[in-house]
Write a protein that binds this ligand. Sequence first.
Ligand code: M6R
Length: 611
Amino acid sequence: MCGIIGYTGPDQALPIVLAGLQTLEYRGYDSAGVAIDGHGALAVVKRAGKLANLRAELDQIQLAGTCGLGHTRWATHGEPNDPNSHPHVDAGSSLALVHNGIIENHAELKAELAAAGHTFTSDTDTEVIAHLVGSLHDGDLAAAVRAALPRLTGQFAVAVMDHRDPGTLVAARRNAPLVLGHRDDASLLSSDVAGLIAHTRDVEALLDDQVAVLAPGAVTVTDLDGNPAQGHRYTVDWDIAAAEKGGYEHFMLKEIHEQPAAVRDTLIGRTDAEGRIVLDELRGGPDAAQDLRHVDKVYVVACGTSYHSGMVAKYAIEHWAGIGVEVEIASEFRYRDPILNPHTLVVTISQSGETADTLAAAEHALAQRAKVVAVTNVVGSSLARMADAVLYTRAGPEIAVASTKAFTTQIVALDVLALYLAQERRALFPDECRDHLARMEALPALIEQVLGQEAAIADLAHTFAGADYFMFIGRHVGLPIALEGALKLKEISYLHAEGFPAAEMKHGPIALIGAGGPVVALATRGHVWSKITSNIAEVKARGAVVLAIATEGDTEIKAHADHVVYVPEVLELLYPVLTVVPLQLLSYYIALALGCDVDQPRNLAKTVTVE
Ligand code: M6R
């Protein structure tokens, strides 16, 4: 999704802004631009395509100035061409503005401004904000922004600079992330902490309808009436190395390999000396002893890969804690009338904590007085701030668009939550809880074992890379992994891949099976093993080549499948943490074989801040 970076300080702004944009590339974008205040005049340069196009253009010109803005755009309104790229300027080209999000009433504002004589050069909603702020500017840029915001409907993070106010950046947000960076000599802003950590760890997440004015080494935040206000200020505790590739060819591969450590971190400190689960994080919200005991229904709400981890959680919560769970895509949940009350626990899952639909679903649940727990990876994210309580997944920064370590850590965090519910509601005996936790603590070493088969999985990927249609089938906890395996593959290799409940194949999808088409079957040992092997037989009988993900020591599976990747034996509910790993590697190596842009797949954004 779009990325914003801004700098004002003693140094030349352009190199800082370009480096920041490079850091934000992982979010996904299709054009980029910068604005630099060159002592009395603004220079705006923007180009469709990758950052390299913009850099090539900037190589031809000298842009000097110590205050600047940069933007990577992921097109929503208007195609990704030069005029639609950000920054956009106002009628007199006095100010330049960048924007993330969507202005829902842009058409009506545009008509109003056009009637007043404004002419527009792009198809974007953003240009309308630039003109609106420009039309309200009466010598005070921050006042103009404060006056413009109430006129905007939708979600936005905006940053603006004006050559009449040199060295100053003004920023504001509503339902889209914007973080300020504090330093003694400079001030920065970004849509993402990753854009700031090369310069400072002292950051402040701006809150909705706050306006920040940044000067070198000085930041002031106000509300819309100009009253002093404060965002959420905190210190970033992860290292810049965590956001770099560390010798791996791609972030995705690095993040796949980080899973043992990430899962270990997720589990650290969640138990007391007696081995009881302690989730202090929940005490600020739905109190463990009180509210959670009275929960009579759980909704799990998320998007994409996070939705799949939510599906896995359903099995764990229902089985261990004995509470009914519904799992729903956030964009659907928010537009129906789910029956919620104070005894409903709504678990919202989001790696970024900024996914627009998940935020809206959480808001909807809170409005109906349900208890909302956020499971997220990003400290201080919008979801973390709005939920009653937060369970952090502690996966470290996930840069690749294709989510991997966020997924496995989400499952582990959700499993801990499920056991905690079981413990507090006495649905399991204490020694059962302890046993399950001990088995979870073994997961990092078991993931390492799966990763040890990387070379063999890469070979399989080469075998399959020529196929143009993949099916993934699974049952019980194998089903979310089938869906996740298919999502991962289509996301980064652009191959058609679908996941199905294995028994549903004969109700339609089996018609797609042609001679030699690969089917990946989640076939670990458990109470549905004999069922899935029958489903494998059905597809094989129709010509499918089957790759089974099976339990180590299961020699019988070889009679059913053409290829087998083994994972170590674990508790049935914990298999997803292991079985997804070969599928991540398979997708990675197929995408690599096909020459795809693994970390920044086409059309996709890391953080989806529009609905
Ligand atoms: O940040 P979130 O977990 O809320 O993101 C949700 C989805 O956009 C995300 O999981 C997406 O499906 C990934 N690209 C999958 O790899």
